[in-house]
Design a protein around this ligand. Sequence first.
Ligand SMILES: Cc1ncc(COP(=O)(O)O)c(C=O)c1O
Length: 385
Amino acid sequence: MYLSNGDFDLQVPGLATLHQRRSEKWSGHETDVLASTVAEMDFPLAPDVVAALHSAIDRHDLGYTPPTGTQLPAAFAGFARRQLGWTVDQDQVTLVPDVMAGLIELCRALLAPGEEVAFFTPAYPPFFAELPQARVELVLLPLGAAGVVDLEALQAALAGGVRALVLANPHNPTGRVIPLVELEEIADLCSSYGCWVLADEIHASLVLEGATHTPWLEVSDAARERGVALTSASKAFNLAGLKAALMITASDRAREAVRELPPLTDRVGILGVIAAEAAFAHGDRWLDVVRARLAGNRELLGELLAAELSKITWTPPQASYLAWLDCRALALGDNPAETFLARGRIAVSPGLDYGREGAGFVRLNFGTSPEHLTDAVRRVARAIS
Ligand SMILES: Cc1ncc(COP(=O)(O)O)c(C=O)c1O
């Protein structure tokens, strides 16, 4: 996992080896298909995470997660300070199995049945499918050009009774990092209507060179008063199957609101806690290498698209490894992903899964090797040739 120069080896195996993986991304397709779908990276895990997981197995340590007393809040507080410029009060960190479970339970606790929760679209598909488990109504707020938040539409929704806003920042699928001024305006607006903001910052530690991310709880007093941030090590360190995420508050009101939630710690996976502790405590250097690789892949993708798929347009993401590609000029209908899979044997996520603004779009995952990324673009080119 280390190269002889002490750097990390992010070598991605060939397609046949990737298809041996059991995760959703790789197990869901025939073996000739290149999967560029689910938000997981193909790189090997960080060595400190691997070591922590191996030693847990060697200790036969697979029992329930203790309700209190894990090192995860402390490890995250250190990581947040170093990586995100965020001062986290460890006493205001609550473990949850995953970000979606936290969002659903927060909606259930903060909103009465039938009250409204809003989010910007296009959006991460489980927002549509899973938030209604909290018996809330969804209000969809289309993003403006280039993914910019439409503050007038937000104000109208707030005036119409929206009680909580789920704010994914960095955003999935556009990869946009919301600038501080826009966050301040959102905070002021939401505060003036007494609306909660559930800040989904799961991609925040993958902000790439050229962009600056401000954690929601660092935006302003208005943001802290009715704000809850949710995050985990899962996207940046590839741990999504291990089930350990964090909910963070920074005001008495928000802390009290989180206390109302049913305890979820016994549904948090012990391996997830162990892996996330290692990632947050020791993963900084590995993460630097990953971010540099992703920035390189983003550039490569731009070059490949320009050279081979000039009808596809995109705004390069400011964070993470997801490219939101506008394929409407290819005239393949609302779901070009179908054609790409059938004719090119490349699986990408259909834009329509992210809401109706996604018609004619696809989401491509570039968290892989330059070789597989080049292959991905060639497969799309073959599909439309
Ligand atoms: C914006 C966003 N929120 C939440 C999630 C899911 O997080 P979890 O697996 O912790 O529920 C993802 C996963 O890709 C995501 O992109």
